[in-house]
Design a protein around this ligand. Structure first.
Ligand code: GDP
Ligand code: ZN
Length: 374
């Protein structure tokens, strides 16, 4: 190849890296990719509707579909691509790519599927940071119980939680410290920002805490200012505020997308329907993360499998008596643990059923196959 040719190849490689890096591509992904079939190209899913995805590739946006093999291989919804996934696709024909592989997920945000089924429904993948948004204008907007619940979910996802206390402009100066303190107590070791999406107070500091290419998402009760915050971060009207959404409800029907977008600061935002109001889908490890103070105490319990509900030599009970551990926080912990174990029981019976169905399908396929051979 001519010198010139080599130069051009290098430039293309650089361009590829730049474009993908803008969307969060990093060394760990590069390493995973190097072990793969070189005829497959990396891309990130920025919109998803069933089997059809919109990708950002090294050369810009591309529509793509999952390959036929997904139909046989995939047994659950988490085996299909979601917004935020890194995938490997095969060369586009007629402007469409074919997704062959989903790369290992660094994090995955799921909810329990609506209704009776207990299946995990993944909503978004590879979120680095999750803003837990609450409002500090008094009323029922901020409760430590609510915070602990969201925190447990956030830890389960694998993303790093950051607490955002919004509407600081409505919070009297002398009450601010009390909010900060109670957030700190409920979330040991987690960054806390007090901001006002309306006036812009604290926004600069919030933004500058993350490097470009970081994927963020936000959760929190409705009305706390999530849409306003996204708009403020983007410097444009990207998301409708609740007042505007109300108006839409009365007016024409508007469709909602699962979508990821890039903010001017280089932050990547995933704001998909359903992600903001999560149902609990977590396990006890996440609970231990959210209640690190209690897990630390538990190391001092006499029994390794202590449930901290009256066993002798329980360090958690001791901390309750001495006042080191707040009664309210202890009860919040028990409530969440109860909820999780209920979910687990349902999950297990569901998993058993799915496993039976899977084997039924396989033996059906085998029969059909034998039939064909004859
Ligand atoms: P969402 O449901 O969490 O998306 O909340 P919205 O972004 O729709 O905000 C709910 C209401 O709170 C709207 O009327 C916003 O204008 C208002 N709001 C949001 N952020 C702030 C803030 O920092 N200060 C004040 N005063 N109002 C805010
Ligand atoms: Zn104990």
């Amino acid at each position: 190849m001519s010198r010139d040719g080599i130069m051009r190849v290098e430039t293309m490689d650089e361009n590829r890296k730049n474009e993908l890096t803008n969307w969060g591509w990093n060394g760990a992904l590069e390493e995973q990719y190097e072990k793969r079939d070189p005829s497959l190209h990396p891309a990130r899913v920025i919109r998803e509707s069933g089997r059809l995805c919109l990708l950002v590739t090294e050369e810009g946006e591309l529509q793509a579909q999952v390959s036929g093999a997904f139909g046989y291989r995939a047994f659950s919804r988490s085996d299909f691509p979601v917004v935020g996934d890194w995938v490997l696709y095969r060369g586009a024909s007629e402007g469409q790519g074919v997704i062959e592989v989903i790369m290992e997920r660094k994090s995955c945000f799921s909810r329990k599927e609506a209704g009776d089924r207990t299946e995990e429904q993944p909503l978004a993948a590879n979120i680095d940071v999750i803003f837990l948004v609450f409002a500090v204008n008094g009323g029922r907007n901020f409760t430590t119980g609510g915070l602990e619940r969201y925190l447990t979910l956030a830890w389960e996802s694998g993303a790093r939680p950051v607490i955002v206390l919004n509407k600081a402009d409505l919070c009297p100066e002398e009450e601010r410290d009390a909010f900060l303190l109670s957030a700190e107590n409920s979330a040991p070791g987690v960054d806390i920002h007090m901001i006002s999406a309306a006036t812009g107070e604290g926004l600069g500091e919030l933004k500058s805490g993350f490097k470009a290419g970081t994927t963020v998402s936000l959760v929190g009760p409705s009305g706390v200012g999530k849409s306003t915050l996204i708009n403020a971060l983007s410097g444009a009207e990207l998301q409708k505020t609740s007042a505007q959404r109300e108006q839409d409800k009365r007016g024409r029907h508007t469709t909602t997308h699962r979508q990821m977008f890039r903010l001017p600061s280089g932050l990547l935002m995933i704001d998909t329907p359903g992600l903001r109001e999560l149902q609990l889908w977590a396990d006890e490890d996440a609970l231990d993360e959210a209640f690190r103070d209690i897990s630390a105490l538990a190391a001092g319990c006499r029994f390794r499998d202590c449930r901290h509900e009256g066993e002798p030599g329980c360090a958690v009970q001791e901390a309750l008596l001495s006042g080191e551990l707040e009664q309210r926080r202890y009860e919040s912990y028990l409530d969440l643990r109860r909820e999780l174990s209920y979910l687990k029981t349902r999950q297990d019976s569901q998993a058993a059923r799915l496993e039976r169905e899977k084997w039924k399908d396989i033996s059906k396929l085998q029969k059909a196959f034998k039939h064909r051979k004859r």
